[in-house]
Write a new protein. Structure first.
Length: 308
């Protein structure tokens, strides 16, 4: 019996290793569609069909900024109510962008946007503050503190994207320290999580449905040379199954990231490139349960690429 058990285990290990090698080969050998949308912004996308990546169908969109950015900058934008990522990008005259971090979905709409209908605002809660549930600072001004209203928000904002005029950092935060946010020396900070990759190593992921099940995902990463990547993985469709966070870790490493942070996912996951069709939405957001460009969810914040 022990010999049989060991043999089965060995077959399992060999199968896992073989699948991992096949996945990495499929990823790096894919003929990515590439377009320069700005002299310093490159857009790459690829649709993996027939179960060729993680034995699933996947649609991945990537924005790449070079290490030396003379003409573009990062910016965090927000809405005190909820707005579509494409609306936030358009209002800021952005080149491109992605959705940001976690937020309270329902409640009073202080800005009174009756045209926003993607998410029903049916909760009786009257929210008289910014809906971001994670720490948010923009140009040195505190916009939102860490408001933990659900278990995954309490547990997962253990990383931060922080930047000024030149430097950009992605790192783990020590939540055992009281008021740890005040120790971050940057004018722009958005917390999220979990951290996917730290100093080139994959972080261990909690064993739960939030991390273990496949969903649409959004992440931001840094390469060792200082280049920045925005990544959106579509999901909740037979055409795009989405990823668990272990799979998301792997693609961030295969893209060359030494540090990578998971952002809000699910129905929020959206990539926008202004001047593209469908109000700039180039990913396939899932809130309308269709594989098209029209299923955006209203969000509280976004991370954008702007002209300097």
């Amino acid at each position: 019996m022990k010999k049989c058990t060991f043999t089965l285990f060995l077959v399992f290990v060999i199968t896992v290793v073989a699948n991992a090698q096949n996945d990495s080969l499929a990823f790096v050998s894919a003929k990515w569609q590439t377009e320069v949308v700005h002299p310093e912004v490159k857009w790459m996308s690829y649709h993996f069909n027939d179960g060729e990546l993680f034995q699933s169908n996947q649609n991945i969109s990537v924005l790449e900024l070079p290490a030396k950015r003379k003409k573009v900058k990062l910016s965090i934008v927000y809405s005190d109510s909820l707005e579509l990522s494409s609306q936030l990008a358009s209002k800021s005259h952005a080149i491109a962008g992605i959705n940001g971090s976690y937020f309270e979905m329902r409640g009073k709409d202080p800005d009174n946007h009756p045209e926003l209908t993607a998410v029903p605002h049916t909760s009786p809660a009257n929210i008289n503050r910014n809906r971001s549930q994670t720490y948010l600072k923009i140009d040195g001004k505190l916009i939102a503190e860490n408001y933990a209203k659900s278990s995954h928000v309490k547990r997962y904002p253990r990383g931060a994207l922080a930047f000024g005029k030149k430097d950009i950092s992605i790192f783990k935060v020590d939540t055992t320290i009281s008021n740890w946010e005040n120790s971050i020396r940057a004018k722009n900070i958005i917390t999220s999580g979990p951290m996917l990759v730290s100093k080139g190593m994959e972080n261990s992921m909690p064993d739960d449905s939030f991390c273990g099940k496949r969903h649409p995902r959004t992440a931001v990463g840094l390469r060792a040379n200082g280049s920045v990547l925005f990544v959106v993985v579509d999901g909740r469709s037979s055409d795009a199954n989405g990823m668990n966070l272990n799979e998301m870790q792997k693609i961030m490493r295969w893209l060359g990231c030494v540090d990578a942070l998971n952002l809000d996912g699910g129905g929020s996951s959206t990539m926008v490139i202004c001047e593209q069709p469908f109000h700039g939405v180039v990913s396939y957001p899932s809130d309308n349960k269709k594989f098209d460009h029209e299923g955006e969810r209203e969000v509280a914040n976004a991370i954008l690429i702007l002209e300097k």
